[in-house]
Design a binder for this molecule. Sequence first.
Ligand SMILES: C[S@@+](CC[C@H](N)C(=O)[O-])C[C@H]1O[C@@H](n2cnc3c(N)ncnc32)[C@H](O)[C@@H]1O
Length: 312
Amino acid sequence: MAHNFQASRQWERINRYWVTEEVAADLTNFKSDRRNHKISLWDPGANGVRYLKTLGYTMAAELGPADWARLRRTENRDVGDPIAVRWNGESICLDYLQAILEVGFIEQAVDLEGARVLEIGAGYGRTCHTLLSNHDVASYCIVDLKTTIQLSQKYLRHVLDEARFAKIDFVTVDEVESVLDSRRFDLCVNIDSFAEMAPDTARGYLSLIDRLCGSFYVKNPVGKYWDRSLDGHLEGDEALEPAMETGLLRQVLDIHDSEAVRAAVPAFLAAYRPGGDWNRVADGWAAPWSFYWQAVYRNAARSERGPAGGVR
Ligand SMILES: C[S@@+](CC[C@H](N)C(=O)[O-])C[C@H]1O[C@@H](n2cnc3c(N)ncnc32)[C@H](O)[C@@H]1O
């Protein structure tokens, strides 16, 4: 019997609009333009959610048993309707994928049981939620801008049980010195936030950490990028200019060049060391973002809180 080997209706359309008779005329750029978006690549401009889910799915496939245990102990992760994927029956989004990896990194270097934790710039509270769900810390203090605190307070009250929520106190940036100076912390956490503050503000917080804390976990970019192909500069100069002047590391680099990222790491490690008494005890790439690095420092004069012990 005769078979029909002709293009399907779907491919007739693709041949009409994408892979047309002109496609082969010039190969320049063809792999990153619309000709290839019907051959081997979904158009990244139109498929952001698809790529985000693919990233989440691929990362979920790489998690180990300890990561899954941390994730399962963190309940109510779907509050707020995240863009999530399912892996072995568990819903997981990129925020909590990162949170369980962050907590996993911290717990290898710092004893969290009974710890007094300070987080500067907590966003809606994903790291706080994950850390409190996995460790019996003594207290968790969030320092943040007033409006972000309104969000994290509401979110954390929603996702945590009463006893865990009661361990958190919220301090606005106006209250930092008056409220914090008399307190001591075993661990300070800063994720993706010193890089978005005025350099002087970030330096002020590092000096606070130097005075008040026994250890410090930092996860931030190693530098800045200026690459219209990544985001179309859709927010315009109004957003770009302020973003380029924040943080301690303002060097522009190709953030998807592993050698350029690696070359920027020593400056990152030096910039985030809170003071002369501090030693770096761990550091590494903070996947999945190519240009994020993470490190744990310990204050040799104040902290004995490795995997066991307490701040003097
Ligand atoms: C990009 S968000 C990151 C949030 C969270 N760490 C995360 O990774 O999901 C930056 C955070 O820094 C906070 N922030 C910005 N400027 C700040 C300042 N001067 N002092 C304290 N927090 C600040 C923001 O309100 C927000 O919580």
